[in-house]
Every structure is written in structure tokens, then in C-alpha cells.
Design a protein around this ligand. Structure first.
Ligand code: ADP
Length: 471
């Protein structure tokens, strides 16, 4: 597949091609160009030159185009979902859900109220705020939800009137290219570029003088490097959605018949979700029973190629991520923790040619273990007993992460207090991982800066302009 530079398809200049693998089979399914710095600069320069073709339209005109894009995504749903499963590894049902989530994000922003806000209107003064475009936006994407997240970023950025230069993750460019082609068909020429390649493409994009706004989703380690790139190349508006180490705090009154919902909050997409439950804290009186019920519920997990019917957990997306999980299993064993369920790499066993790992549960661990205090981003979760809910809350709030967190109890007063005091961007009660288009999403502390979705996400792609009128 070719990349898109200034709405036009383009092969590699001198960087050659890179293969895209199916992580379940390790077969090469396609290839994309390795963009070089000149390709990136060309895309950014065209964005800047073409911006007026889009920003000069009214909000209503742009909203109409967003609604058409939502329809185009739905019309191509089966092909897009098959592509997501093939390059990410997730089960087909989840891939369809991801494609639909992207369509509904475009739909949401096609109906967002963006009226001028009048702050004061007196006999002598009218004070109001309007939202102006920022300029070319660099949208840098990860590999776990590449299609949905391109929607989270592009729909509000486009509504605001900005041109886009998208950078897919190296292992998952194909769905992004498909969405890029849909956008290229609907938007004025030059408003969309999708530049493929390795991490250096992201670096070149962040430091381009044409880029006015960077929206990045990726790892806790790479986020600060993006800020360094920005600091070295002039001020740009930025949002970083980074990793998390979300905790589920389970009270002793938790209804164990709901344990499968808790379990899937860790194992969906093989745990490769920034807002997966990555550690479970449970009040001591319920600990033994919870572990038993939790492990029993894991019989419902069927690992395999996500394209096959009945499979509900696919492989890891790439080898480095499989290694992270393997190292955490080893570290847990070496330090005296217990592997209560799973623990083995499946890759290489019959029927598992790709980056497969068993879903795994660890016990007899605490914050001194890597599996509790670091982000695993894979199918491994620790369950830790705690003397009280407040003790669990202290453990959560002493973490460097702060993306999401949940509390599982029938006591709504307790749940409300804990959810308010958890230092994170989203608190859930009796569920986890649900993201609504009209609510802000993002992290605190090492988990990020800024918010996506809702009117908050839209405003981050605008320059709020104050207009003071002396009458
Ligand atoms: P992972 O470690 O899981 O691959 P990263 O955070 O490194 O996650 O990558 C997320 C996205 O950021 C990818 O598209 C990647 O190519 C890009 N990227 C990596 N390094 C940089 C950088 N220094 N500047 C900008 N983008 C980068």
C-alpha cells in the first residue's frame, strides 16, 4: 500500500518498503513505504499551504463532511474490520466494534454544538469567545486501537478546521491507510497526509516547523521524547495520552457472579489496552473466594487467530510486547510470586505460530514486583489482598501512573468517595474500560497531558479566540 502525501498516493522516495505482518500467523500481509524526512516535510508543507481550503468552510459545511465520512466507514466496515484483525491481532468482533467506534466518533463530532459563547453583553461591551483552527496537526498513533484512535484525533481536529498529517505505528499502518483514503476522497486536496515508517518519521513530524499541534498516543517512555522534540523546535500545542497501570479496587461485598466482567476488563485485546485493569486489589475477607472465582471465569477465554470464529483473545501485536510479558512472568517467579493460572508462552506450539501467550494470573505479589508496579500491556494480571479500601487507595495514588481506575462494590457512597479521590482521569464504578464520546478522556501524572473526546477534546484542537467589542 502506498502512503498519502498531500491527499495523493506516494511510494517510497529512498527509504524502501517495510513489511506488515499478521501477528497471529507471522505472514507478510502487505507493505508500506518507509517515509524519509523529506517526505514528512513535503506532507507538512502541503498541509500548511492547503489549510485555507478547509478552514474557510463554515462549521456546518465541515460537519456535513464528517457525517459523510462516518457513513463511508460503515459502508466499508467488513473490509476495515478484517484489516484490523489481520494487522493488530484482535478478534473480528472486537475489530468491528473498533471500526464502528471510529464511525460513531465522526458522527458525534458532526453534531457537536460549536456556537460562539457570549460572556458579557452590556450596553457598552460585548465579550465573546470563538474557536479558531490551530493549523497543521500531527496525529501520532499506537498499534493497539489504531483505527479508533485515528477517529478520536481526526474528527475533532477536522471539525476545528485543521489539516492533518497522520503517523501510524510501524506494525499497524493498513487500517490507517484505509481511513486516510476515505478522508482523501472527502476532504479538499492537501488536507490529509498519512506518512508511514518507523519512529524517526514521528520525530521528524513533531519537529517540523509547519506543525502547530501534536496529538500523541503511545508509551510512557516515548511521551516525554515528544515533548523534547517540541521544545527543541518551537512551541506547539500538545496532548499526550500515555500508558496506565489502572487498578480495580474490589470491596468485600463485591458480588462474585459479576467476576467475568472484572476479568475481561484485564484481558480484552489480550490486555493491550491503556485502560485495562492492570492490578486487582481486593479486601482480605474476599481474597480467596475472588481468586477462585476469577480463575474459574478464565475458562471462558479462547486464545487463537482472531479471524477464527469462537476466538476471543488473539496474540500480542509484536515480539517486543511478548517479551515484556515473558519477562514479567519470569520476574514474578524469580521473586517468589505464584503463577496461579497460565504463565506460558504459546508461540511455537502447534496451532500458535504467532506472538501468543496464555492469559496469566499472579498472586503472592505486591508493589515490589514489576507486574504490580509497572504497566504490562499484555495478558497478565496480579491479584493483591489489601486490609482496607483506603489502603488500596493509598497504593493506587502512590503510583506514578494515573489514567483510569475502578471500584467494585454495592456501597455507592463508598464507591463515590473512592472514585473522587483516585488520582486518575477516569474512575469507573462496577465496570471499567468504557469510554463515551461526549466525556473527556485522558490521564494525570505520567499517564498524560490533555484530554480527548467531547467538547474538551474539540477545544484542544482549537485556539479559543476572545473578541472584545466596544459598542
Ligand atoms: P511502543 O513502544 O508501544 O511502540 P511508542 O510510544 O514508542 O509505543 O510509539 C507510539 C507511536 O509513536 C508510534 O507511531 C511510534 O512510531 C511513534 N514514535 C516513537 N518514537 C517517537 C518519537 N521520539 N517522536 C515521535 N513519535 C515517536
Amino acid at each position: 500500500m502506498q502512503m498519502i502525501v498531500g491527499s495523493e498516493l506516494k511510494g517510497p522516495s529512498d527509504g524502501g518498503w517495510m513489511d506488515v505482518l499478521n501477528p497471529a500467523t507471522l505472514e507478510v500481509i502487505n507493505r508500506v513505504p518507509k517515509a524519509n524526512v523529506e517526505d514528512v516535510e513535503q506532507a507538512c508543507a502541503i498541509s500548511a499551504e492547503s489549510q485555507h481550503l478547509w478552514s474557510d468552510l463554515t462549521f456546518d459545511q465541515r460537519k456535513k463532511v464528517l457525517a459523510q465520512i462516518a457513513d463511508d466507514i460503515k459502508a466499508n466496515m467488513d473490509d476495515i474490520a478484517a484489516t484490523i484483525t489481520a494487522e493488530v491481532g484482535k478478534p473480528l468482533g472486537e475489530a468491528k466494534h473498533e471500526a464502528l467506534a471510529c464511525a460513531s466518533t465522526f458522527k458525534f463530532f458532526s453534531t457537536l454544538d460549536v456556537e460562539e459563547e457570549v460572556l458579557n453583553d452590556t450596553e457598552s461591551v460585548r465579550l465573546s469567545v470563538i474557536h479558531r483552527p490551530i493549523g497543521p496537526c500531527a496525529l501520532i498513533l499506537p498499534w493497539n486501537f489504531p483505527f479508533a484512535l485515528m477517529g478520536w484525533k481526526s474528527a475533532p481536529a477536522l471539525l476545528a478546521g485543521n489539516p492533518l498529517v497522520v503517523k501510524p505505528a510501524p506494525t499497524t499502518p493498513l487500517g490507517n491507510m484505509k481511513l486516510g483514503n476515505i478522508l482523501a476522497d472527502r476532504l479538499p486536496k492537501g488536507i490529509i497526509s498519512v506518512v508511514t515508517g518507523a519512529d524517526d518519521v514521528g520525530k521528524a513530524l513533531v519537529t517540523s516547523k509547519h506543525i502547530r499541534r501534536v496529538s500523541f498516543t503511545g508509551s510512557v517512555e516515548t511521551g516525554p521524547k515528544v515533548l523534547e522534540g517540541i521544545a527543541a523546535s518551537g512551541l506547539k500545542k500538545v496532548s499526550l495520552e500515555l500508558g496506565g497501570n489502572d487498578a480495580a479496587i474490589v470491596a468485600k461485598d463485591f458480588d462474585l457472579s459479576k467476576v467475568a466482567s472484572l476479568m475481561w476488563s484485564s484481558f480484552r485485546n489480550a490486555g493491550q489496552v491503556c485502560i485495562a485493569v492492570k492490578r486487582v486489589y481486593v479486601e482480605e475477607p474476599l481474597y480467596e473466594d475472588l481468586v477462585k472465582a476469577y480463575v474459574a471465569s478464565m475458562d471462558g477465554i479462547k486464545v487463537g487467530n482472531g479471524a477464527e470464529a469462537g476466538v476471543n483473545m488473539g496474540p500480542l501485536n509484536n515480539l517486543p510486547q511478548l517479551k515484556v510479558v515473558q519477562n514479567m512472568v519470569q520476574d514474578t517467579k524469580d521473586n517468589g510470586g505464584t503463577i496461579k493460572f497460565g504463565g506460558n508462552t504459546l508461540m511455537g506450539q502447534e496451532g500458535f505460530p504467532g506472538y501468543f501467550h496464555e492469559p496469566t494470573v499472579c498472586t503472592d505479589v505486591d508493589e515490589s514486583f514489576s507486574v504490580v508496579s509497572n504497566e504490562q500491556f499484555g495478558p497478565i494480571v496480579p491479584i493483591v489482598p489489601v486490609p482496607s479500601i483506603d489502603d488500596a487507595l493509598d497504593r493506587v495514588n502512590s503510583s506514578r501512573f494515573g489514567l483510569g481506575g475502578s471500584v467494585w462494590t454495592n456501597d455507592m457512597e463508598l464507591a463515590r468517595r473512592v472514585s473522587e479521590h483516585m488520582q486518575c482521569g477516569t474512575s469507573w464504578i462496577n465496570t471499567h474500560m468504557i469510554v463515551e464520546k461526549n466525556a473527556p478522556f485522558g490521564g494525570v501524572k505520567a499517564s498524560g497531558i490533555g484530554r480527548e473526546l467531547g467538547r474538551w477534546g474539540f477545544e484542544e484542537f482549537t485556539e479559543p479566540k476572545t473578541i472584545y467589542m466596544k459598542k
